[in-house]
Design a binder for this molecule. Structure first.
Ligand code: SF4
Ligand code: SF4
Length: 372
């Protein structure tokens, strides 16, 4: 199949690995910002193919994982309110809040429905006029346009009972925030392909110019990722920092203008609370004033006890790149995909889930061997 197979060919993989080995002379710490990159790296064993000079670190690239505990608690409180139907994508069901997950709230009677598109949520509102139907908007720039579209659709259909709980986040400010924290030294960013298909490459330019960190936007197949790493190493070795696109088939410099227009029509930039990082200015999306009637935080108030983090959960450090998943002391022990302690083990794009599923046995065995 064109467009997929050619990016998985063993010969091109071997060739790219050889090219990286040839030019890499000094240590390079590269953060893959996107959760799908992390999964692809683990699943295809790319980490093990790279020379010792290149370290890959997972970043805050999964929207499920970076949703703050307090925001999860609020969604659960909305779901438990009288007359509410909360519509969500399935990956939020198992993520633990301070006291329970949405799935547990549903088991105790909250009306939570898993939908497969935002338009399903609009239909749910149309079919249940006596209920408040809330779409729980978790996601990056990738999903925000479809949520914006659902609001325009609800407006057009004259629905008064459709609401959004927006915890949407935008990625570039979080990358800058990680650099500003100064906890980790990074030499390059492998930027997310899907997010960049919407926003283009321009929003990363300040990272290259002001923070002097090279950025390469890469696709998700093994050859895409290795080529992205090669392009980063080339910049790092040459002491350059610019934004490059190694995913021309998916990303243009200006992004997807129509999707950006829809997103900008409905949302405006706001601050957002990121798990493990905290509140970052300009990193969230709130409904514009003219769409305020769709904002559930204005239509329904809920009492919330103070958010609590699980003792020993290392998700915040993993999301900041300070710890690798297996450096969390709960990894593979108290925390496993079948009974996750933190969101990074729940989400299919979570780093802990990816490491556990594809590299876990080797990692845990290495740990056992080391402790002998
Ligand atoms: S939404 Fe797309 S860009 Fe964002 S983490 Fe998932 S795959 Fe990566
Ligand atoms: S192993 Fe579990 S608790 Fe530790 S960082 Fe990963 S998800 Fe969080």
């Amino acid at each position: 199949m064109r467009y997929i197979d050619e990016y998985r060919q063993p010969d091109s993989i071997k060739g790219l690995v050889a090219m990286i080995k040839e030019i890499s002379t000094k240590p390079a710490r590269i953060m893959e910002v996107c959760g799908t990159h992390t999964v692809s790296i683990s699943k295809n064993g790319l980490r093990q193919l790279l020379p010792k000079t290149v370290s890959l670190i997972s970043g805050p690239g999964c929207p499920v994982c970076v949703t703050a505990t307090g925001d999860i608690d609020r969604a659960i409180a909305f779901a438990e309110s009288e007359g509410v139907i909360l519509a969500t994508f399935g990956d939020m069901m198992k993520v633990p809040g301070s006291f329970k997950s949405l799935g547990e709230a549903a088991a105790k009677g909250a009306d939570v429905r898993v939908v497969y598109s935002t338009l399903d949520a609009v239909k749910l509102a149309e079919n249940n006029p006596k209920n408040k139907v809330i779409f729980y908007g978790v996601g990056f720039e990738t999903t925000a346009p479809t949520v914006a579209l659902s609001i325009l659709e609800a407006k057009q259909r004259g629905l008064k009972n459709y609401f959004i709980y927006s915890v949407h986040k935008v990625v570039p400010p979080a990358m800058a925030a990680l650099l500003s924290l100064g906890e980790i030294k990074l030499d390059g960013f492998l930027c997310p392909g899907h997010v960049s298909a919407i926003i283009g490459s321009r929003p990363y330019e300040f990272i290259a110019t002001e923070h002097k960190i090279p950025c390469v936007i890469a696709g998700f197949e093994p050859a895409d990722i290795l080529m992205g790493i090669y392009m980063l190493i080339k910049q790092i070795e040459a002491g350059e920092s610019k934004v490059e696109i190694d995913y021309g088939r998916g990303v243009k410099r200006e992004g997807n203008e129509r999707a950006r227009e829809i997103m900008d029509e409905v949302f405006e930039v706001a601050s957002a609370n990121w798990r493990g990082i905290g509140v970052i200015d300009g990193s969230g999306l709130a409904l514009r004033e003219e769409f305020g009637r769709f904002d559930i935080t204005k239509a329904l108030s809920v009492d919330l006890p103070e958010a609590r983090e699980v003792k020993g959960c290392g998700c915040g450090e993993v999301l900041r790149g300070v710890k690798l998943p297996f450096e969390c002391k709960l990894f593979g022990k108290a925390c496993r995909p079948e009974r996750p302690v933190g969101p990074c083990m729940v989400s299919s794009e979570g780093s802990c889930a990816a490491y556990y599923r594809y590299e876990g046995e080797a990692i845990l065995k290495e740990g056992e061997d080391d402790s002998r």
